[in-house]
Write a protein that binds this ligand. Sequence first.
Ligand code: 4AD
Ligand code: MG
Length: 463
Amino acid sequence: MKTPGRTKIAELLKSATGTEVTVKGWVRTKRGNKNVAFIALNDGSTIHTIQVVADMRLFTEEQLKPVTTGACLRVTGQLTASQGSGQPVEIQAKEIEIYGVSDETYPLQKKGHTLEFLREIAHLRPRTNTFGAVLRIRHAMAFAIHHYFNEKGFVYLHTPLITASDAEGAGAMFQVTTLDLQNPPRNDRKEIDYTQDFFGQQTCLTVSGQLEGELGAMALGEVYTFGPTFRAENSNTPRHLAEFWMIEPEMAFYDIHDNMNLAEDFIKYLVRYALEHCADDLKFLNDMYDKDLIERLQGVVQTGFVRLTYTEGIAILEQSGQRFEFPVHWGVDLQSEHERYLVETHFKKPVILTDYPKEIKAFYMKQNADGKTVRAMDVLFPKIGEIIGGSQREENREKLLARIAETGMDTENLWWYLDTRRFGTAEHSGFGLGFERLLLFVTGMANIRDVIPFPRTPKNAAF
Ligand code: 4AD
Ligand code: MG
């Protein structure tokens, strides 16, 4: 379909020359002399700019004065083969209309701003090459995710964002309330009276759609969620956001091996999709930020992921002779330095670790016969560490109740979840892929704040 009133630059670069075209976009640079002006225009449809050539016999200097970096224009003219190098075609301008001027205070005058600086102008950074590339790749990955599951017959299940249960049992939740915080209602015991709150009980933003995903799987067979999730953990790292997007497939009749197979196939599909559909943007990021990016992506598509147990992983780390910041022994939660040692130094390929100690994993994971471990699986990636967390679920009601009691969780809000184990329970499994962790891997960006348009992190909710 043709875009009304204009042709996108991505299209123009593939078009035959000799026709009159209209483009609309933002000026990146203008240079030239008394006879001719060259305007590089970008419209976000591609990393490439189109060169607009303005013959000064057709335009006055006064007309071209407002054509400055950041201004928005319409240009109509002849598409011709380009004289200069760099691109196949250019536009010989006949008309230039200024939609919006931009003055010298426009912060993106020159190239080469630091990513830190660009975070402070997140409202404008989509206009840079880097963020154009990242945001187009982000879109392509979101599309590919839906495509993948649709092809496999999974149902996209919309799980609630406001919830009264803590899916991960980790307690790092943002509260949602309409109570007057200055003067909340109190009960006889002087506690805040949530029966008077909007939902009649205490509610929070969800940390995961999994529990509702399980309800869906126990009816529809194979489902997935894809939505924002929220964690109020005060983690100021390059890999944590307070608001991030997660993809959570949940499948009836899958054991942990089926779950691992799906996770590996899914990630490989997404990386392959990026290589095939985002070549220009990946090449830009490869050249600008990470010379091994494309090679690393190709490597992941081609290699089988290593699968081993947590216990085996700990043994490798203990025997590594490495001095880790966080010492390793059986029972510890793995830190990113441990995960990256296994992936980057020891195996040199992605690793799926299974069967973690139950104490460091969520209540819903299937308990192994050893009484110590649960059927968890974490997929660990080069540069990232944990990219996927998942498990086979405990489908036995008594065992699940016993585990909930052990963790001291409150079952009152979970009666509906427990009902799946009462009525027609079955083996099932699922996992969560952190969308921004995937994007860190695919784009080669080093900081998670640079793969989401408007990051939410501790002490930062600007834009
Ligand atoms: O390992 P997590 O906490 O697992 C769950 O939430 C399960 N309910 C998933 C499931 O089995 N359905 O989170 C899953 C993934 C992590 O592996 C990581 O990629 C990402 O979500 N993640 C974060 N990404 C960005 N910022 C954070 N604070 C994240 N916390 C987790
Ligand atoms: Mg995890």
